[in-house]
Design a protein around this ligand. Structure first.
Ligand code: ATP
Ligand code: MG
Length: 416
């Protein structure tokens, strides 16, 4: 992970590592995608994006060739990339339904058997299993044996060599064999992929990243649908500690693992808040903060080419998330606002944040800028006329413009 911070501070000066493969090994990452998405005219775009994202995910290595074969991509793995690294990185690539780390051998049953025994023994050395099954797929129909015959012959060999029993229903280990035109690809089973669509295929969005639990989950959901996202965080430093900035930084860096590179914009929000507190009716403060955020985010979106804004809002979760307030807040944005979590319960979002690995960071204590000077009874059904009247007392365009000018930029990239 690399972070480049602009606005005065220098590049971290990290050395770029390129690892080269001395020999080309016959080991491949086979990534499989859903055929459904490939029916349209966008098929080639989808595959190209997936290839590009795979290369980027292994940019600290010299990856071999990538070719597509039916609904799969076959990526040649150099020896330097361990099975673990290959699996970990491939697991971050949206658009892959599942994948395997496979060894290519000659289309010859004795060779396939030998390799299957080696792979099963290797898998057993890493994790205990008492049972196994062989799961062959014959895409190349000219191979003399059909998939059931392959299962049976290879299964008998593996069972005998390693003393394992066959369990078709619930095997501890699966040996997968794919018969393709050029070779048989043997692996210790398929690994579930991240699903979704490759990042980059569905436009760009700017995520309002608060440092709380919800917005990182919202970002992840949009990336999973193929959207490339950047981030904006509003903070009231130095009125409060810099904890929320640090959290936003950490969350943006973590999320960048799914898209290779992203920009985080840290917006100082304290002066805008001071003005709102000094001039606007108390109950409207939160709505006005939010509308100001929408204005600033819309300006920043224009700078980074984001077509839409994304928030972690969920209907009725807090006072600012009533339908009335959301509508009034959204009117201040100059682009559509997407809310991928709108109909989720908090516990569903929490579970997703745990799986995503952002929960622990999100719950670290901080002071969100929106909790600053918040009245005990904020308006829950703001009316546009009242809000407009309050904003007429402020120089809202100047406040937004000033905030944009003092925005700090952090560029993240993964893995380099
Ligand atoms: P989260 O857990 O994402 O903070 P929340 O439940 O705390 O959400 P709110 O504080 O009302 O709800 O925030 C709603 C949404 O507004 C957030 O999901 C986020 O998209 C955006 N937002 C709120 N505060 C900030 C902030 N300081 N910087 C950037 N975006 C923010
Ligand atoms: Mg919050």
């Amino acid at each position: 992970m690399k972070q480049t911070i602009t606005s005065g501070e220098a590049d971290s000066g990290e050395v770029r590592l390129t690892k080269r493969s001395p020999t080309t090994e016959r080991r491949f990452l086979i990534g499989r995608y859903h055929e459904i998405v490939l029916k349209g005219r966008n098929r080639w775009r989808f595959i190209e994006q997936l290839k590009q994202n795979l290369r980027a995910a292994f940019s600290d290595y010299r990856l071999g060739s990538i070719r597509s074969q039916g609904p799969r991509l076959i990526v040649s793995l150099p020896a330097e990339i361990s099975d673990e690294v290959a699996a970990e990185r491939a697991g971050l690539i949206f658009g892959l339904q599942n994948f395997s780390i496979s060894h290519a051998v000659a289309l010859e049953i004795e060779t396939i058997k030998r390799r299957a025994v080696m792979i099963a023994a290797g898998a057993l050395a890493k994790a205990h299993a008492a049972s196994f099954r062989v799961s062959a797929r014959r895409a190349e129909k000219r191979f003399a044996l059909n998939s059931m015959e392959i299962d049976r012959l290879v299964g008998a060999e593996v069972g005998l060599a390693l003393g394992l029993k066959v369990d078709l229903e619930n095997p501890g280990l699966t040996i997968s064999i794919e018969i393709l035109p050029d070779a048989a690809y043997v692996s210790a089973g398929k690994i579930a992929g991240a699903g979704g669509l490759p990042v980059g295929i569905s436009g760009r969005g700017l995520v309002l990243l608060s440092g709380g639990i919800d917005s990182p989950v919202a970002a992840h959901r949009m990336m999973r649908r193929g959207m490339r996202v950047d981030f904006v965080h509003f903070h009231s430093y130095p009125l409060v500690s810099s904890a929320s900035r640090e959290k936003a930084n950490e969350l943006a860096a973590h999320l960048t693992r799914y898209e290779g590179r992203s920009r985080l914009m840290l917006v100082p929000f304290a002066s805008a808040q001071r003005e709102i507190v000094a001039r606007a009716p108390r109950p409207l403060r939160v709505v006005l903060y939010r509308r100001t955020m929408m204005r600033i985010a819309s300006l920043l979106a224009g700078n980074v080419g984001s077509q839409v804004l994304v928030t972690g809002e969920s209907l009725g979760q807090v006072a600012s998330q009533t339908l009335d307030n959301m509508m009034v807040i959204e009117r201040a944005a100059s682009r559509p606002v997407l809310r991928p979590l709108i109909a989720l319960d908090k516990n569903e979002i929490v579970n997703e944040a745990r799986r995503l690995g952002t929960f622990e960071t999100s719950i670290l204590p901080d002071q969100d800028c929106c909790s600053l000077f918040v009245p005990a009874h904020p308006e829950t059904h703001a009316r546009l006329e009242d809000v407009a009247a309050a904003e007429a007392m402020l120089d809202i365009e100047r406040l937004a413009g000033d905030a944009v000018k003092s925005t700090e930029i952090v560029d993240n990239s993964f893995p380099l």
